[in-house]
Design a protein around this ligand. Structure first.
Ligand SMILES: Cc1cc2nc3c(=O)[nH]c(=O)nc-3n(C[C@H](O)[C@H](O)[C@H](O)COP(=O)(O)O)c2cc1C
Length: 320
């Protein structure tokens, strides 16, 4: 897959997940073969106020290229400035968020609210594309609600205004993350634009990936929730789709080693105190499927130091 002039070495990319796809997690997913990874969404407005935390979200490590920074907002000029800052930060791709369903975003006219305003979508894409010389992608949903299924129209407008790729999550804003991802709409977008289309929604294994690729004809797939505590999903999918080889889930020891490496990176970047607090949910995701997982996941809610985590890992591995 190629996004603009950026070569992507896998069919599978890590989707943006606010509160999750920080530099540490992206590096772990990249090490397991993700074609590229997206940052958490960054507010164009906050960047214009020089918000330190927003700049932090755009930090990119040298070993994670190609990497995309996702920006959100509803003002073309601010979005263009945010895109320039993403380039400064080292982004290889800038992605425009037109899919976020959260009220605090939508009620401000950003995220998925944009899908109700095709003319503004076009202006934002044009403005961003004119501001940078890296590829621009747009992440959209099926539409705002059942009465506004606008993915095809919006995708065509994005293409017309210079977008290099569209990413389509086959749910409406109204659905949030419930119900099923509609593969028909991804197929319809693919049939109506010439730029690459990345399908997104409910891909969690080889079977669901195969279905997405075959049914929709999409050029690549973005994975979000199925990567949580499961970053080796990229290795499993690459092995199958590149070489036809079905490999197993890693052994418990390898899983725990990957988790430790991930959480150590979080602590390196954010300090142990904040890092461990933020990592509790990650640890709990990694423990899914282990024997006695319920008890251990409960314990994950109390880890405060890396030593606590190493001790937990030892108890987990001794119980398998
Ligand atoms: C906790 C959470 C945070 C998310 N944050 C973002 C975000 O910052 N930007 C975005 O475009 N989508 C975001 N999404 C949506 C995902 O990128 C993806 O489109 C959605 O989860 C469907 O894919 P999946 O079925 O593979 O999870 C988020 C989803 C979740 C569950």
């Amino acid at each position: 897959m190629k996004i603009g002039n950026v070569e992507i070495n896998s069919l599978f990319a890590l989707a943006p997940l606010a509160g999750v796809t920080d530099m540490a997690f992206r590096r772990v997913c990249k090490s397991f073969g993700a074609g590229y990874c997206e940052s958490e969404m960054v507010s164009a407005k906050a960047l214009s106020f020089n918000d330190k935390k927003s700049f932090e979200l755009m930090r990119i490590a040298s070993d994670e290229h190609p990497c995309a920074v996702q920006i959100f907002g509803d003002e073309p000029e601010l979005m263009a400035n945010a895109a320039k800052l993403a380039v400064k930060s080292g982004a290889d791709i800038v992605d425009i968020n037109m899919g976020c369903p959260a009220p605090k975003i939508v009620n401000n006219g950003s995220g998925c609210a944009l899908m109700k305003n095709p003319e503004l979508c076009g202006r934002i894409v044009f403005s961003v594309k004119s501001a940078v010389n890296i590829p621009v992608t747009v992440k959209i949903r099926k539409g705002f609600d059942d009465e506004n299924i606008t993915a095809v129209e919006i995708a065509r407008i994005c293409e017309k205004n210079g977008a290099d790729t569209v990413i389509v999550h086959g749910r409406t804003r109204q659905q949030y993350y419930s119900g099923h991802c509609d593969l028909e709409i991804i197929k319809a977008v693919k049939e109506n634009v010439r730029i690459p289309v990345i399908g997104n929604g409910d891909v969690r294994d080889i079977k669901s990936a195969e279905k997405m690729l075959e049914f929709t004809g999409c050029d690549g797939i973005m994975i979000a929730r199925a990567a949580l505590g499961n970053p080796w999903i990229f290795r499993i999918l690459n092995e199958y789709f590149d070489k036809g080889i079905i490999i197993n889930q890693p052994a418990p020891k390898e899983k725990m080693e990957a988790m430790a490496k991930h959480i150590e990176l979080v602590c390196k970047y954010k300090g142990e105190k904040l890092g461990m607090l933020q990592s509790r949910k990650q640890i709990s995701w990694y423990l899914k499927g282990f024997k006695k997982a319920a008890g251990f996941r409960n314990e994950a809610g109390y880890v405060s130091t890396l030593s606590d985590m190493y001790a937990l890992i030892e108890r987990v591995l001794n119980s398998q």
